[in-house]
Write a protein of this length. Structure first.
Lengths: 215, 166
């Protein structure tokens, strides 16, 4: 009887249930966070809430010229204006405040990989935990957000293939909001947002070739 | 009942329910976490329910069925196949392989049908309660169950004919 087999299967796999003790802690942390977010939302006027939501995924491009300069864009790497032929991967980074002790250094606390399939029918956002253990070339095992501190734009040297393979041209964006506030987002960042939402990233890439880098 | 007491006595059973519904540990964690956060944030409402435990199970079921509706982008769960096959002794090898086939075949079912099976065979609910939980007619609930069983039988038959996978 298949019903009996099913019952036996269910009973056997009950053992794979998540550990209640561990889960309890995680539930409490998440509930606290959400409660806080909820009361914050109540306090804020609607417009402020919208602004906060936008800065939640900070996208303003890195302008720093110190120890972690952006490599110059190679025109051959830009997305073809003729149209989508290859999948595109973008790496969106949001930094924490710049270090005062070591100017120009910052960690990437928000790391989101955006993947656009060649047909551009969908946008996949893959959020990588900033505490993810990765191999940082020349430094050994470290946390993902620390890799940016150590390597800056050379973060691209990290073997991201361990997480999600990406070998296609990669966008690279970075928040430069000064510590203590989000100030105005750079207009290009708003454009990038719009392009993500409307699926017109190719046009965006054509208009901002310096945003497109290759891994 | 306070939330603390409820969690203390009930979380283990809910964790098991989550893994039976979703079929894997990671999704079970997500489902349990999401449900329990909502329970905690709306505890007064939950506590007012006639049977809080049953109420929370229903919340979890709805959460499972609604999983992909809530967001403007669909989530893609990145995860590998089961990390390691469960250990089995020689004598039980065939039985264990069959059971894993059932478990694997369950994963191919649409959510509604899987949920119907779980309610019927894991929760041991009568058809009328299954229908109530799924928000459909009794006839439809029976249909889910019988189609799920048919799929499982067919799927397992194919596996056996090709010599099985494990």
């Amino acid at each position: 009887m298949i019903e009996d087999e099913l019952r036996a299967t269910f009973a056997r796999h009950e053992g794979e249930a998540p550990d209640p003790l561990t889960m309890r802690g995680r539930i409490d942390v998440l509930a606290r966070r959400r409660r806080r977010a909820r009361s914050a939302l109540r306090l804020a006027a609607a417009s402020v809430a919208v602004a906060l939501a936008i800065t939640g995924v900070p996208l303003v491009r890195d302008r720093l010229a110190g120890s972690n300069p952006l490599p110059p864009a190679d025109p051959s790497l830009t997305v073809s204006p003729q149209g989508p032929a290859t999948p595109l991967n973008l790496l969106l980074l949001g930094s924490d405040p710049y270090s005062e002790a070591e100017p120009g250094k910052t960690r990437s606390d928000t790391v989101t990989l955006v993947h656009l399939p060649a047909d551009r029918q969908r946008v996949y956002l893959i959020s990588l935990p900033r505490d993810l253990g990765v191999t940082i070339p020349g430094h050994g095992l470290g946390r993902l957000n620390h890799a940016f501190w150590l390597g800056g734009a050379a973060l691209r040297g990290i073997d991201a293939g361990e997480v999600v393979g990406f070998s296609q041209p990669t966008f690279y964006a970075m928040k430069t909001a000064p510590a203590g506030g989000y100030e105005a987002l750079r207009p290009e960042a708003a454009d990038l947002f719009a392009a993500l939402r409307t699926g017109t990233l190719d046009q965006f890439a054509t208009a901002h070739p310096d945003w497109v880098l290759q891994r | 009942v306070t939330y603390e007491e409820f969690v203390h006595t009930g979380l283990g059973a809910l964790a098991r329910y989550a893994v039976i519904l979703t079929g894997d540990q990671h999704s079970a964690q997500d489902l349990l976490q999401e449900t329990m956060v909502r329970v905690q944030l709306n505890w007064r409402k939950v506590a007012r329910a006639e049977a809080p435990e049953r109420y929370v199970r229903r919340m979890m079921l709805n959460q499972y069925l609604d999983w992909r509706r809530g967001s403007w982008l669909s989530r893609v769960l990145l995860r590998a196949e089961p990390v390691e096959p469960p250990a089995r002794s020689k004598d039980l090898a065939d039985e264990a392989a069959d059971r894993d086939l059932v478990w694997a075949a369950l994963a191919t079912l649409p959510r509604q049908r899987r949920a119907a099976l779980v309610l019927r065979l894991y929760e041991d609910l009568p058809d009328s309660d299954v229908a109530d939980a799924l928000g459909c007619t009794v006839g439809a609930a029976r249909g889910y169950i019988s189609r799920a069983l048919t799929t499982l039988r067919a799927g397992m038959g194919a596996e056996v004919r090709t010599g099985g996978t494990r």
